[in-house]
Design a protein around this ligand. Structure first.
Ligand code: GLU
Length: 485
């Protein structure tokens, strides 16, 4: 049981797009916050000016909003711990670095790029770990003042004592220990005056009262530096939880080369946000059973960090497709209708304008057969326009000598009924087959071919009913003219 209000943050650097791994980090933070009735904070870590990309921030926020992971505090929402953009917090970092400088926990370093390069080369040649040699730690206050007055370029480094073990308890991995001999005197303030990730991250996590730092495994080697900073400031440390890596099916680290990694790509391909979140949630977490289908509220109720795995999670889009179909089926027809209308606006096919009532019939007939909203168009274009060709294989297999005659009988039968219902189409077809003493398939298959141009689709009476009397008759006539065997 956690007593303090849980406050977690998602702290992306806006570098262009939201990576699918970033979405998982955001989601786990969100689920953990909501599960504990806590707060989910969005903080933008934009202090690396070299990586600044125009429009990246808006894109990031709109993608998170699309996914429904809206922040309780953040650049859009505001909050009492703001600003939530690190580039707007430079004064805060400046005042905090002073504190460390006074206590010699951090120091000015005026070393030139040349000196640092030579040092690295020398260490490499000697087979040593490449590390800063604390050369500037011994500068007197007087020397520092003179250098500053002379406007020499400098950075500020963290003063790491060598030969010490730094440990912390990771909520997923347990006890983690790093020896300081493996850690460089990390730059905290860069020569452009901006803080590095490490410094700004720790200062902000403290000031924003973050209780749990939940982030990807790639940051675990940064954590000892952060632990040191908390100790140097005499601040209480948050809990740490490092999430397992996301892997390609060949177990390499998930990369652009093997598929899409931007959340926008999945959105644009028509994945439902609930399916994507459900899928992402299972990349590294399970509730201890084999349940796979989750809606958001179920995820919130079931999520716990204790059940996050240590080992990497394989990104398998087959499962994502399956989940998309499952989530699609759980939507109401009216919900699908709105999405379908949007797809129809976007489609390049030349199609008829159908009424909502008509589209709802198509949705009902096809719901069990599609995995994506766009497939309500692409898998059954014949609902929107008459077929322009007929599948050769189906003609060969299913179009028999008596097909034209049977289709004509059907068409005449339907013609006599005013406003035929689905049952009228069914009874007309069945009566003909009984009368002719033939199996239903003898009429169903050529009828489907005539109406849709293909051999598979929804129930034949759904098809005829949705097309309606006039269209059914018209299409049969056209097929009879064109299909000759
Ligand atoms: N800005 C870091 C990133 O881009 C945040 C890492 C962290 O959560 O501490 O992922």
């Amino acid at each position: 049981m956690i007593n303090k209000e849980v406050r977690v943050r998602f702290a992306p650097s806006p570098t262009g797009y939201l990576h699918i791994g970033g979405l998982r980090t955001a989601l786990y933070n969100y689920l953990f916050a909501k599960n504990n009735k806590g707060k989910f904070i969005l903080r933008i870590e934009d202090t690396d000016r070299n990586r600044y990309v125009d429009g990246a921030l808006d894109n990031l926020i709109s993608t998170l909003n699309w996914a429904g992971l809206t922040a309780d505090e953040g650049p859009e929402t505001g909050g009492i711990f703001g600003p939530y953009l690190q580039s707007e917090r430079l004064d805060i970092y400046k005042s905090h670095i002073k504190n460390l400088l006074v206590n010699k926990k951090a120091y000015y370093c005026f070393c030139t790029q040349e000196r640092l390069r030579d040092l690295r080369e020398k260490q490499k040649q000697e087979g040593l770990q490449t590390k800063y040699d604390k050369h500037c730690l011994s500068l007197s206050q007087n020397e520092i003042d003179i250098n500053l007055r002379n406007n020499l370029t400098y950075v500020i480094r963290l003063n790491i004592e060598s030969g010490k073990d730094i440990s912390f308890t990771d909520l997923i991995r347990g006890e983690v220990v790093f020896n300081t001999d493996t850690i460089d005197d990390q730059v905290l303030i860069k020569s452009d005056g901006f803080p590095t990730y490490h410094f700004a991250n720790v200062v902000d996590d403290h000031l924003m009262q973050i209780t749990h730092v939940i982030r990807g495994e790639e940051w675990i080697s940064s954590t000892p530096k952060h632990v040191l900073l908390y100790d140097y400031f005499n601040w209480e440390k948050p809990n740490f939880a490092h999430l397992p890596l996301l892997l390609n099916p060949d177990k390499s680290k998930l990369s652009k080369r093997q598929g899409d990694v931007a959340v926008e790509d999945y959105r644009d391909k028509g994945y439902l946000k609930d399916a994507l979140l459900n899928f992402i949630a299972l990349l590294g977490w399970n509730a201890g059973d084999d349940k796979e289908f989750y809606k958001m509220d179920q995820l919130i109720n079931s999520f716990s960090l204790e059940r996050v795995n240590k080992s990497g999670a394989v990104f398998n889009t087959e499962k994502l497709d399956w989940l998309n179909a499952e989530h699609l089926r759980k939507l109401t027809n009216e919900e699908i209708l709105n999405m379908l209308k949007q797809e129809l606006i976007n489609t390049e096919l030349v199609i008829k304008n159908l009424s909502d009532a008509h589209l709802l019939l198509i949705i009902e007939a096809m719901k069990e057969r599609v995995s994506f909203v766009k497939e309500f168009i692409t898998s059954c274009p014949y609902f929107y326009s008459e077929p322009t060709e007929y599948d050769e294989c189906v003609i060969k297999k299913k179009w028999k000598e008596d097909s034209p005659k049977l289709l004509k009988l059907f068409s005449d039968g339907i013609n006599k009924i005013e406003n035929p219902s689905k049952e009228d189409f069914e009874s007309t077809l069945k009566n003909i087959c009984v009368e002719k003493n033939i199996g239903l398939g003898k009429l169903i298959h050529p009828l489907r071919l005539a109406l849709s141009g293909v051999g598979i689709g929804p129930g034949i009476f759904d098809l005829t009913y949705i097309l309606g009397k006039e269209e059914t008759i018209k299409r049969i006539d056209k097929a009879l003219e064109i299909i000759i065997n």
